[in-house]
Structures are given as C-alpha cells and as structure tokens.
Design a protein around this ligand. Structure first.
Ligand code: DGL
Length: 294
C-alpha cells in the first residue's frame, strides 16, 4: 500500500474514532472487480435500509488465475480498507476470494485485527441451500480456476449434503469475456458451449448448476441458450441476500451497529470513469464511483 493511502486510511480511522456519532457504519461489499455488483444489487433490494460501500479491486482483477497467497494478500488489504472506512461487516462478494482468503481472514486475522467485526463469503450460503434444488443429487459448479482448484464447493456441499456428488468445471475465459464487455459476442458462445459440454460430460444426471462466480450472471442468457432444458441454474445474488438478512436477524449485536441511511457508495482501485461505464450493466442502475488508491 502506498504511503498516501496509508495516511488517508489512518485519517479515516481517526475520524471514525473521534466522531463516532457523525460516522456511518455501512456494510462493505467487496469483489475483485464488477462481479460483486450482481450480489450488491440483490442485497440492496432485500435490505434497502442499510448504508453500503462497494469496493472493486479492478486494478488487480482478475483474481481467478492468481495464487492462493496473492488472492489472500489482496483480499485482506481490501477488507482492512473497508474496516477503515467504518464497515463493521464485510461481504466478500467474490467466490475466488471466499475460496482462497475467507477462512484465513476469519480465523487468523480477525481475532487480532478487529475482533468485533465480521467478514462473510458467498460460498457457504450457496452450499447450504443446494440440497433443496437437486433431485438427482448430481450438482455442477462453474467457477474460476482458483475457485474450482480450491475444491471449496465439494467440501462445503458435502458438509451439509453428503449424498450429493459435485462435478466442477473451471471457466478461465468467462471473467475476461465479461470484463472486456464481450458477453454478447460469438467468442462468448464458443467458450460457454465448450465449458458446459465439458461439465455435462462428467455426469449426464446433473440437474442443478451453480454459477460459482459473481461475474457469470452477465452471461446467463447465453448459458441458458446452450443448456439442455430441465437443468436448474443458480446464481448467487438472491441466495446471498437472503442469507445475509437471516444472519443479521440472528446477530442483533452487529445489526445494531449498522447505520441505516439507505446510501450506496462505490469505490474502485482503477479508473472511476471506466468503472462507471461498465458497472451499470452489473448493477442495473447508473453508478458514480470514486477512485481509491491501494
Ligand atoms: N467475481 C469473482 C468470483 O466470484 C471472480 C473474478 C476474478 O477472477 O477476479 O469468483
């Protein structure tokens, strides 16, 4: 982190400490780039009363092909940033970060860094409900290389539903296709067809497929076009929003700390102009972001 960013972080932290009554306590929502906006959109729809800060680490995206150590380092940096901006709760709206960084942050960093704050991911809420969707007990997962090689989905699903067999397919081209605004192109058709064919070849009884990357809802029309009928596609936005609502009901000590001003602020580590141009596709509304130096 640059010295100027550190100073600004410290200044924000100092203000939070000195002027607690004037400071917002938003829910932080983090993703490597734009994908988490598909989750934020559903969270804000379900829980409009809270304040939110979205942080997209676009300058360092994609995370999907990066090492465990790098994803962990970047994610932790962004979580700390959101804490400094006053968030008592951060949602990692990124499967890759949830797969590669969440456990370490929850178990190793939080107790030392901020024992009163919480960080949640998107994998567990999805795996908790998958059993209610699959009749054949053969489930497919599509995700980034990082998410798939971490095996987080099979491990978590089998904790809740040991009778389910999970088949996985890494789709390394899908995030670059989305990030480069190529999701309506023929190139997108080529890769979607190829990866769906690979996944469905692993077991012909797969009846439910998890879109295990928050970028993939942007490809949903093309995925549906190439998917045989009768297979349920699950994207995570609504699932994560429901699960967060439920979590806040069960954790009133945390819920009471959250400010309820209905404001949503957007930050990106890359160009704010570029972010605003693409973000509305993911968020479904115009977005006005600010640049954040990391
Ligand atoms: N949106 C992220 C996810 O859900 C992946 C994007 C990336 O590769 O950076 O996994």
């Amino acid at each position: 982190m640059k010295a100027s960013a550190k100073c600004r972080g410290f200044f924000i932290y100092l203000c939070t400490y000195l002027f607690p009554l004037n400071t917002k306590s938003p829910i932080g929502v983090f993703d490597s780039g734009y994908g988490g906006l598909t989750v934020l959109k559903e969270i804000v729809r379900a829980l409009p009363q809270y304040d939110y800060i979205y942080l997209g680490d676009n300058a360092r995206a994609p995370y999907g092909s990066r090492s465990f150590e790098t994803v962990y380092e970047y994610t932790l940096e962004c979580v700390k940033q959101l804490f400094e901006m006053g968030c008592p709760l951060v949602v990692l709206a990124c499967n890759t970060a949830s797969a590669k960084a969440l456990r370490n942050i929850q178990q190793k960093d939080l107790p030392l860094l901020a024992p009163d704050k919480r960080v949640l991911g998107v994998i567990r809420p999805t795996t908790e409900i998958i059993g209610t969707h699959s009749k054949t007990r053969q489930v497919g997962v599509l995700g980034t290389t990082g998410t798939i090689t971490s095996n987080s989905y099979p491990i978590e699903i089998n904790k809740f539903f040991p009778d389910i067999t999970v088949h996985q397919e890494a789709c390394p081209m899908w995030v670059p296709i989305v990030e480069n605004n190529e999701f309506e192109s023929e190139g997108a058709d080529f890769y979607i067809k190829k990866n769906l064919h690979n996944l469905l070849s692993k077991n012909r009884d797969i009846d439910t497929i998890i879109l295990g990357c928050t970028h993939y809802p942007l490809l949903i029309n093309k995925i549906k076009k190439h998917l045989p009928s009768g297979i349920t596609l699950l994207s995570q936005g609504e699932i994560v929003a429901d699960s967060l609502g439920d979590y806040l009901k069960r954790h009133s000590e945390l819920e009471s700390k959250l400010s309820k001003g209905k404001q949503v602020e957007f930050f990106t580590t890359d160009s704010a102009d570029n972010f605003d141009k693409a973000a509305s596709l993911f968020y479904g509304k115009e977005v006005k972001s600010k640049h954040l130096e990391m």
